[in-house]
Design a protein around this ligand. Sequence first.
Ligand code: GTP
Length: 760
Amino acid sequence: MQYSDDDLNDYENEPYDDDEFIEEDLTKEELDELYTLLPLIKAKLKDHNPDITDRDFKEALWFNYMVVDDAVRELKQNFSMYKSCKRLMAETLRIVVPKEILVGGSSKLALLAKSRRAKRNNETGDTSHSSRAHSGLDSLLSKNVDEKGTFSLLDDIDLDNRPKFSLKGFKEEEKPKKSQLKEHNQQAKDTKSEDLTPQNEPSPIEKNETIKENVIPFRMIQLKFEDAHRSIIVDTPQSAISALFETTREPKRRKTSHDSKILTLINSSLTNIDIEKVKANFSKPNPVDVLANEPRSAVSKKSEVSEEPERLETVQEKLQKLTIKHTKPIKSLDINAAISKLESQNISFVVFGHVDSGKSTIIGRLLYDLKVVDSKTLHKLTKESSSIGKGSFALAWIMDQTSEERERGVTIDICQTSFNYKNKQFTIIDSPGHQDFIPQMINGVCQADIAVLIVDSSDFAKTFNHGQTKEQLRIAKSLNLNKLIVVVNKMDLCDWNMDHYNKIVESMGSYLFEDLQYRQDDCQFIPASGLNGDNVVKGKGNSLPLVDLLYHENKVKQSQPIAEQKLIMTIIDVEDQAHDNLTLKVRVNSGFVQAGETVKLLPSFDFCRINKILKSNEAQDICIAGEFVVLRMKVVKSVEEKSLIRLGDLCVSIDEEIPISSNLRMEIHLFDMDKPLLKGTPFVLFRNNVSVPARIIEIEQIMNSQKKKIPRHLSSRQRAIVSVAIESKLPIITWEEKVRRVVIRKDSSIIGAGQIIEAL
Ligand SMILES: Nc1nc2c(ncn2[C@@H]2O[C@H](COP(=O)(O)OP(=O)(O)OP(=O)(O)O)[C@@H](O)[C@H]2O)c(=O)[nH]1
C-alpha cells in the first residue's frame, strides 16, 4: 500500500499516544523549531498558570506537532479542570458492551458461529468441553463480561495502566512519533507495493434482508459522578470509546478530533461535583506522575501479561512426583510397511477464495459426482433451497450444513469431509470466504497439504484486486502451504471464453510468482464450472479435472522419513470428555503413534493411553503424519485435578521435553501496513489453530536494513528478529514447520508472518 501525506494527515487525527519526549533524540531541525516556538507559547500563557514548566511547554509543542495554538489549548486543559475530571472518572467508569460483541469476534457471522456451537452442544447435551475447548482469544475476550453483558474495565484494571479493552492485560499501545511516521512513509514510498486493503462491500449477511440480528449498533458509556448516573450513547463506538479514554489519560498525548466533543460532554456532567472531594483528590499523588515515574513498563523485557508462574512451578513439582511409563502398542506392526502404506494414501486440501466465488458449490459437485452424496440427498437439498428462493445453492448446501449457513448462503466455520478416489483418501477443508472468518481460514490452511483457490471468472478484477483473495494467498504461502491449484470458476457465465481465462491466469501469475514467490511448478490453473460440473470430476477441454489434479499432486516431500520423526499432533476438536475418558479429533503433524501407546497433552500435562484410533469411524492400529483421526483415550495421570484441554493443544511423546512459555523469540517479516508496528502494540498471533493476543517487547535486529541503530518500531516489508510476549503460555516447538509458523493480525488485517525461533 502506498502512503501519501494525506494518509499521514488522517493518521495524525487519530486518537493515540506518542512515544516519550526525549529532547536529545530530536533532530537539529526539530530542535530549531522547538526553540523558535518556545518564547511564543510562553508569551501566550504567561498569565495562565505559573506551574507550567519549560518541559511542559516543550512537550506540549512536541506532542502537538509544533502547532502553537493546539499546544496552548492542551496546556490550558491540563492545568485546569482536567485532573479532577480524570480522577472522578477513574473511580466510576464502566463501559457497557453487548456481551455477544466481545465473545468470539465482533461480527454477526461470529455470533452465528457461536450460536451454532451452542446449539450443537445443546443437542448433544454436552456442555462439558464447550466451555474449555475454545481459543485463547475467545477466553480472553469473554473475561470480564458479566451476565448482563457489562464489561467492567475498572474492576481489576488500573486506569492509568489501562489496556485496550479488547486485549485485556496489555498496556497502552505505543504510537509513532511524527519523525517515525515520516521515515515509515518514505520507506513505504520507496518499496514496491500492492494493495491488500480489505474490500468494504456489504457482507452477504448485510445484504440479506430477511435476517434480524439482535446486535446493538452502539455501545453505551456510563459515567457516574457521585450520585448522578450519566450515559453517553455514541454511534461510532470504537472512536468514541477511545476518545473517552483519551480524556482519562495523562496530558502527554496527541490531540484527537473527538476531544472537544467529549470534553464538552464531561464538562456539562461536572456541574454537581463535590468540590471538597476534588480538592482531596489533588492531595493524593497524581496517577499521571506515578505513571511518568515508571515509563515504558509496557515494553519491559519479560512478559507481565501472563501471571502464572506459581501454577507452572507447581506443575513442575507435580511432574517430578509423577512416574509415567511407556505402554506397549496393542499390535506389533512392521512400522515401515504400515507407514508407507498409509503415506501415499492421505491428502488434505483446503478450499478458499472470495465470498460467493463458488467454493461450496465446487465441493458439493465433487462429492455428488463421486457419489459421496446421492441424488436423493441432492434432490432434497434442491427442493429445500428452492423453497426459500435459493435454488442455485443446492450444491453448496452439501457443505454448508447448518440452517444459518444455508439461509445466509455463506460458510461460517470450517467443514471437513472425506472421500475416496481411486486408492487415496482425501480430506476437504472448506473455509469461509468472509473477511471476518480469516482465523478459521488460517486454521484450515494449517491443516492442509494443498491449497485450492477458487476465483470467480465473472467478477475477477473486483474480487481479486480488492477482495480478500490476495490476503488469503499470502496467509497460505506464509504458513508454508506451497502447493496451489487455482480453479477459475463460473466459466459457464463467459461461455468458456479462453481469452478471458488466459488473462486471469496471466494477471494472477505476476502476483503469485513475483510478489509471493510461489514456484511455477507448484501452481496449477484450471477453468471450471462448479454449477455444471465441468472440470470438477468430469473433464472439459484439455485440462485434467480438479479431482485428478489433486490425485496426481504429491505432498511436499518430508525432510525426514515419518518413521524417524518425533510425534506431534494438534487437537482440532474435543469430541467428548467424561471423567477419565477423552475423545479427541487430531491432526497428526509429524511422526506416528500406535493404539495402546501413552502420550502427553500440552500445556495441560495430561498423560493419556490411546485405546482406539478411528478414521472415518473405522479402527486402525497406527496413525501417521498428515492424517486426521479420532483418538479414544484414557487419562492415566494428570497434574491438575480437572483437565483443561483446549483446541490447539499439542499431543507429543511422553518423554519429549517441550518448553511452555509466554515469551518467544521470533523472526518475522511484515507486509504492507498502514501504520508502523511499535514495541508494545497489541496484535493477535496465530500459530496452527491457536490465536493469542501478543505484543513485541524487544526489537533485536532488522535483517534487511543497513542502519546500526535499532528503531522502536517496525515498518512495512521489514524483516526482524523480535521478542514477543503472548497472553497465555503455549508449548513451543521450533523443529517442526507446521507448528512454528506464525501469522500476525492487527486491526482485522494480516500484517505479517514468521516463525518461532525459541521459547524465552
Ligand atoms: N453460474 C455459476 N454459478 C455458480 C457457479 N458456482 C457457484 N455458483 C453460484 O454462486 C453462488 C455462491 O456459491 P457458493 O458455493 O455458496 O459460494 P462460496 O464461495 O462457498 O460462498 P461463501 O461460503 O459465502 O464463502 C451460488 O448462487 C452458486 O450457485 C458456477 O460455476 N457457475
